[in-house]
Design a protein around this ligand. Structure first.
Ligand SMILES: [Cu+2]
Length: 345
């Protein structure tokens, strides 16, 4: 279908080109001056056609693709962002429509005409003031709106927020939950091994209860703080249904917090789609398998969330034997170092 569309557009362009060439040749036969007039008229008419087709296309595509739009936001911040987006549209779309109608209409209306004389109109203070002040005020209001909401979303999360860490890597996300103490243990990239995927520092007691999860479990109605990292290149932690998105930058931790407002079950009912699942996706083209860098997001009632959380096995338990081995090695190394130091005295 789209191929046929492209071919059709291409053919229309060829036809327009041929018509303009034909009218040029025709003009040549009738003399130079007539040619110029014909060309001006043609261009002016094309401007009008472009305006009408463009406007029609914009409206048509909006309604045509409306079924693919995201459903209502599923988080408190999502609603804030959606409203902000709509306010921005209300401020900009009317301006876009009016200026474009004028742009193309004027190009048609004021095409070269020997009977009309241009008016010399170099400067008007009042006009300058109007078209500088109005956009300035509107933009300042939009920017303030954005800043206030940015600070709300990026600012410190409530004390009781569930703490989750998401690490992006070509091409998957790893999720670490803070466990019972609600505090993520210290980690160090140098400590990463097969048996220590996050590079957790086992000397930090906060690491004892941290656990890893396959799906992103979230409790409904409870704030969640997501701390975002990357191990290699730029990734982007994107929860489209919650309208949150944040870059994962190697070496620079980022974060945001959100409060989910609808469980997966509620969403399935609302959309009348028993297959529906929230999705975590990577929104930064990060390499060949970027498209595959996603995870299922499961939003459940707080009770079910706590039950799930209690069932998870801490990483310290999963890798208990290798942690012990490591700490023994450490003791041996320390002893060796001490012996060396003593013998060198
Ligand atoms: Cu990615």
């Amino acid at each position: 279908m789209s191929t046929i569309g492209i071919i059709a557009i291409f053919l229309i362009l060829i036809i327009i080109f041929q018509i303009s060439r034909a009218s040029d040749l025709l003009g040549n036969l009738k003399g130079e001056e007539r040619t110029q007039d014909a060309r001006n008229n043609l261009h002016a008419t094309l401007f009008l056609i472009f305006l009408i087709l463009g406007m029609f296309g914009a409206v048509w595509s909006t309604f045509h693709y409306a079924p693919l739009f995201l459903p209502e936001p599923s988080s408190e911040h999502g609603v804030v962002l959606r409203n902000m987006f709509q306010r921005t549209l209300w401020a900009t779309v009317p301006v876009f429509i009016v200026t474009h109608i004028l742009l193309f209409y004027f190009a048609w209306k004021y095409r070269k005409d020997k009977t009309r004389i241009s008016k010399y109109f170099p400067h008007d203070n009042r006009l300058e003031l109007i078209w500088t002040l109005i956009p300035a005020v509107v933009l300042v209001l939009l920017v303030i709106d954005g800043l206030v909401n940015w600070n709300r979303i990026m600012g410190p999360a409530p004390e009781d927020a569930v703490v989750i860490e998401a690490t992006g890597q070509q091409f998957y996300w790893t999720l670490r939950y803070a466990g019972k103490d609600n505090e993520l243990g210290r980690k160090n990239v140098r400590l990463i091994t097969e048996n220590n995927p996050f590079g957790q520092d086992w000397d930090d007691p906060a690491n004892k209860d941290d656990f890893m999860a396959d799906d992103l479990y979230l409790p409904v109605g409870q704030p969640v703080l997501v701390k975002i990292n990357s191990m290699d290149v730029l990734h982007n932690f994107f929860l489209p249904h919650f309208r949150v998105k944040m870059d994962a930058v190697p070496g620079i931790p980022t974060q945001f917090w959100l409060t989910p407002t609808k469980t997966t079950e509620q969403m399935r009912e609302e959309l009348d789609n028993p297959e529906f699942d929230y999705e975590l996706a990577c929104a930064e083209l990060c390499g060949k398998a970027h498209y595959n860098m996603k995870k299922k997001v499961i939003v459940v009632e707080a009770e079910a969330f706590n039950k799930w959380k209690a069932e998870q096995e801490p990483l310290s338990k999963t890798f208990a034997s290798s942690i012990e081995e490591d700490s023994e090695n450490k003791v041996v190394k320390q002893e060796q170092a001490r012996d060396n130091a003593v013998s060198s005295l």
